[in-house]
Every structure is written in structure tokens, then in C-alpha cells.
Design a protein around this ligand. Structure first.
Ligand code: HEC
Length: 133
């Protein structure tokens, strides 16, 4: 029993430190992008996640086209139809546990939807939305 409790504690600490580290490094970058930057913003993140754009493949899509609007549920990839597990860390413990993975997918997925990489402010806003939704 004790081992289970310790393992759970470590897992939860692991989660929060990856996400905290990631957001605080984005914040440093965000201040360089805009010296008057204050905080990442859920509302701006929501707008980024839900608004549609002509993406890399020439189709009008949003982040929600692949991840759905209920981030606690799995959804089908818009192009391949493959199931993508829930994006919210509340529903899916594997989310936001590996910084390299988060960065890789944000870079790729911003390109899919916005035809460019996200700025630090955009990435911080959208992650703030995803983890709190
Ligand atoms: C064309 C489909 C598609 C679109 C559009 C898309 N994603 Fe993804 N996303 C994926 C796939 C596939 C993965 C990797 C598989 C997985 O993690 O389940 C992924 C993974 C992620 C992850 C990794 C999370 C983690 O730690 O496991 C994040 C964050 C993410 N997407 C955010 C976004 C954001 C923000 C947008 C909009 C800018 C977006 N995605 C648009 C398909 C998409």
C-alpha cells in the first residue's frame, strides 16, 4: 500500500514538474517576444484551439478537428481517421509528461493548422487552455 501511495505521489509530482518547467521556459521566451507580457491566457488559448484556418493540406481545420472539443474524450484524426487518446491530462495520465514529445507535437500540429510554428505566447496560451479545460 505504501509503495502505491509513493508511486502515485511521484507520478503526480512528475506531471506537475514537466508542465511547470515547460510553461516557465515558454514564459521566459514570451517575455523576449513581448517585454510587456504578463501571463498565459486561457481565453486566447481557447480561440487558438477552436478557430479554423486553411492548414498545411489546404483544408479548413482547427486543433479540434483532430482532438475534438471535449478534451476529456478521445477523437478521430481528421485525415487518417485513427483514434487519438484524450488530450486533457485530467483524463489521460500520459499527457504532458515528456517535454520533447510536447514540443514535437506542438511544432507539428501548429504547422498542420497555422502553416507555421506557434510563438512562445501562443504555445503557452494553448497549453494553459488544454490543461485547464
Ligand atoms: C491532423 C490532426 C491533428 C491536428 C489538426 C492537431 N493535432 Fe495535436 N496531435 C495529433 C496527433 C496524431 C498527436 C500524437 C498522438 C497522441 O499524442 O495521441 C497529437 C499530439 C498533441 C499533443 C501532445 C500532448 C502530449 O503530451 O501527449 C499536443 C499538446 C497537441 N497535439 C496539441 C495540438 C494543438 C494545440 C493543435 C492545434 C494547433 C493540434 N494539436 C492540432 C494530431 C493533431
Amino acid at each position: 500500500m505504501k509503495i502505491v501511495i509513493v508511486a502515485c505521489l511521484l507520478a503526480s509530482l512528475g506531471f506537475s514538474s514537466v508542465i511547470d518547467d515547460f510553461l516557465s521556459s515558454l514564459k521566459q521566451e514570451a517575455i523576449k517576444e513581448n517585454p510587456s507580457f504578463k501571463e498565459f491566457d486561457y481565453k486566447r488559448g481557447e480561440e487558438l484551439f477552436l478557430s479554423k484556418h486553411i492548414g498545411k493540406k489546404g483544408e479548413l481545420i482547427s486543433c479540434a478537428s483532430c482532438h475534438g472539443t471535449d478534451l476529456n474524450k478521445s477523437n478521430q484524426n481528421y485525415f487518417t481517421g485513427k483514434t487519438i487518446d484524450a488530450l486533457s491530462p485530467k483524463a489521460n495520465q500520459k499527457r504532458f509528461t515528456d517535454k520533447a514529445d510536447i514540443e514535437k507535437w506542438l511544432k507539428r500540429n501548429f504547422n498542420d493548422v497555422y502553416n507555421r510554428e506557434g510563438t512562445a505566447i501562443e504555445k503557452g496560451d494553448v497549453v494553459t487552455y488544454i490543461i485547464n479545460k
